[in-house]
Ligand binder design. Structure first.
Ligand code: CO8
Length: 239
């Protein structure tokens, strides 16, 4: 849980550093899925404007690099990461959500990239990932207008995959995490790599990535167990 509720969980250096530490530690744990949510009425209301205000161009560039590195770590995390978006997901908060594999929103969730209204561009990979998730046209409209959208609009444009009533978002995310954890950990991890690595490639390169990972599955116990269970009409018992 992101917990800096007095500042609506705004991302400052300290918080970014702590998240880096946590994700590095968790990388070595045998996790099936990870859920990120925010404390209080916000998921994350952006990067910390107070902290950014006096930055020099070089400091701002370094700050952007810190956020970009963290969000890449989340995107490449070995198991699925689910953003349970309980309120404002603005600027850097929306960019963090975009780096997660699955986004689920509470009815109070609000999304937007307000940066141009502050005289800056998105800086934590939002210009890339927002276009990847919702298409260039929607991304440009959201970024250029700095409009804040509600959860229904976010669902309509494919920014989130599920909506919940107030206060139910972590529960719903847990249900999704449980469904994921019933499947082969390795096959889920390989599918994640295949989707991420092939997304921006042409079909031939994407096919190569996919068939390499597909082939690797056949070196794993899970493939034998999954197929044996299916053929013997029983539930698989993945280790
Ligand atoms: N940074 C710092 N403090 C914040 C932020 C923020 N992003 N958001 C909220 N807060 C603080 C407020 O200043 C306020 O503090 P205080 O109580 O001391 O006055 C407290 O949180 C509560 O906020 P509000 O009183 O404003 O709460 P409201 O419910 O009235 O409004 C809003 C909620 C609409 C979310 C409003 O707080 C808001 O507009 N926040 C700023 C949203 C924003 O512009 N976010 C984008 C920031 S830019 C960014 O994320 C760029 C990312 C890339 C960085 C690249 C590196 C250079």
């Amino acid at each position: 849980m992101i917990s800096r509720p007095k500042a609506l969980n705004a991302l400052n250096h300290k918080l970014l550093y702590e998240l880096q530490q946590i994700f590095s530690e968790l990388e070595n744990e045998k996790l099936r899925a990870l859920i990120i949510t925010g404390e209080g009425k916000a998921f994350i209301a952006g990067a910390d404007v107070q902290e950014m205000r006096g930055m020099t161009p070089q400091q701002a560039r370094d700050f952007a690099l810190t956020g970009q590195s963290l969000f890449k770590k989340i995107e490449q995390f070995p198991c699925p990461v689910i953003a349970a978006i309980n309120g404002y997901a603005l600027g850097g908060g929306m960019e963090l959500a975009l780096s997660c594999d699955i986004r689920i929103a509470d009815e109070n969730a609000k999304f937007g990239q307000p940066e141009v209204g502050l005289g800056i561009t998105p800086g934590f990979s939002g210009t890339h990932r927002l276009a990847k998730h919702v298409g260039i046209s929607q991304a440009k409209e959201l970024i250029f207008t700095a409009e804040i959208i509600n959860c229904e609009k976010a669902y309509e444009i494919g920014l989130v995959s599920r909506l919940t009533s107030e206060g139910m978002v972590v529960e719903e995310a847990t249900k999704v995490a449980k469904k994921i954890s019933n499947n082969s950990k390795t096959a889920v991890a390989y599918s994640k790599i295949s989707i991420e690595k092939s997304h921006m490639q042409n079909l031939d390169t994407a096919n190569l990535i996919e068939r390499d990972l597909f082939g690797l599955c056949f070196a794993e116990e899970d493939q034998k167990e999954g197929m044996d269970a299916f053929l013997n009409k029983r539930k698989p018992n993945f280790k």
